[in-house]
Design a protein around this ligand. Structure first.
Ligand code: NAD
Length: 382
């Protein structure tokens, strides 16, 4: 993977960057939400003196319809040559779409799994941030929420239990299933380095989550994380057992900054953390490899139930674009500007349908808008 960013002197007098971004609009609401993220990125480029070029590739159902497979080699090559990838979502209605009559390796999701593998994306980042304006979507008590919380779950994505050898066979007349949890020092070290790097851009605290009282893999995890921590003296490291972490996430989520953990623990904890923030339409995510390259996408799916209606919430994709600027391009000021603009639009009372207050009486305090209007308002406030 070649990491290629060209820096040029922009006519406005600032040092601007040339960013080569591959977009995967995908299926369902994907194309609608990606075009709003592009709108906001274009505004950022204009304001801060950068040049962004986009190239779209097909993946998922759109690629099955056009090319007979969920991701072509040509699309993979295009993605590999980019500086970063911005994705909407893929897939259709799993009960009714003809895509799901195909064998598993030809279905939409197979395209995403292949892309993640080809790009060696081993680190998954999912922020869990509670906006004050959306507090009522949080199922936790007011005294627990306090002034809100802001954490980043960093999950190892390509090792551990989900990728170990497995078997189910009869042993001495009893059906026996075996799954294997393997981690190498190398796999732990590279995700730990990512975790500490991300913490350096945030509040400089890492909570490494494991089950070191039981599992050998966790004891190695803890040892390697402690070694990596020595290179980041400004970052505070704490260890927490996974069962305790599951409790602490609902008891006192404010205590967390970066949660660093292995694949299966991260799968479960990131869903728990996202639940306490409210709507799926607000949740961004990133998957990174060991360069600055990343794939950025909303946490939600293609929402076939609302596709084409112009009502999907584009904020998760717009915030994913902000993550791209911060983590792939080190453009922190630009990322801050997007996050501030999102906050401002929410403060001004604009909501897509999914984040409208549940309470009828509170609905009069806010204005319901569609996908494109939300993109416009955020772009205007950059
Ligand atoms: P989903 O996330 O697409 O939808 C669940 C619910 O959340 C729906 O009611 C939907 O309308 C709503 N929702 C999701 N995103 C929204 C947004 N931005 N704004 C407003 N509402 C939103 O989950 P699903 O229905 O289980 O899956 C639909 C398809 O998406 C399936 O084919 C699934 O495999 C696929 N999927 C893709 C990805 C991905 O591309 N990474 C992730 C998850 C699911």
């Amino acid at each position: 993977m070649v990491y290629r960013i060209t820096v040029s002197y922009h006519e406005k007098g600032a040092f601007g960057m040339n960013l080569n971004i591959v977009c995967i609009p995908g299926d369902g609401i994907g194309p609608e939400i990606v075009s709003e993220a592009k709108k906001v990125l274009d505004q950022v480029a204009d304001k801060f003196g950068h040049k962004i070029s986009y190239q779209d590739i097909l993946m998922g159902g759109a690629s099955i319809d056009a090319c007979g497979e969920p991701l072509t080699q040509e699309a993979i090559a295009t993605a590999k040559a980019a500086d970063a990838v911005l994705m909407g979502s893929i897939g259709g209605n799993t009960a009714t779409s003809p895509w799901y009559q195909l064998p598993p390796h030809l279905r939409p999701e197979a395209g995403l799994l292949k892309l993640r593998k080809e790009l060696n994306l081993f680190a998954n980042l999912r922020p869990a941030y509670l906006y004050g304006e959306l507090k009522e979507a949080c199922p936790l008590r007011d005294d627990i929420i306090g002034s809100g919380f802001d954490m980043m779950i960093m999950r190892e994505l390509t090792g551990g239990l989900y990728f170990g050898e497995r078997s189910t066979k009869e042993i001495d007349g009893v059906m026996t299933a075996v799954d294997t949890l393997t981690y190498t020092e190398h796999e732990i070290r590279r995700i730990a380095i990512k975790g500490f790097e991300i913490a350096m851009k945030r509040r400089k605290k890492v909570t490494s989550v494991d089950k070191a009282n039981v599992l050998d893999s966790s004891r190695l995890w803890r040892k390697v994380v402690e070694e990596v921590a020595k290179d980041y003296p400004e970052v505070t490291l704490e260890h927490m057992l996974v069962d305790n972490c599951a409790m602490q996430l609902v008891k006192d989520p404010k205590q967390f900054d970066v949660i660093l953990t292995e694949n299966m623990f991260g799968d479960i904890l990131s869903d728990e953390a996202s639940m306490v923030t409210g709507s799926i339409g607000m949740l961004s995510s990133a998957s990174l490899n060991d360069t600055k390259f990343g794939l950025y996408e909303p946490s939600g799916g293609s929402a076939p139930d609302i596709a084409g209606k112009g009502i999907a919430n584009p904020i998760a994709t717009i915030l994913s674009a902000a993550m791209m600027l911060r983590y792939s391009f080190d453009l922190d000021k630009e990322a801050d500007a997007i996050e501030k603009a999102v906050k401002q639009v929410l403060e001004e009372g604009y909501r897509t349908i999914d984040i409208m207050p549940q309470d009828e009486k509170k609905r009069t305090d806010v204005t319901q808008i569609g996908t494109a209007k939300m993109g416009d308002l955020i772009a205007e406030r950059i």
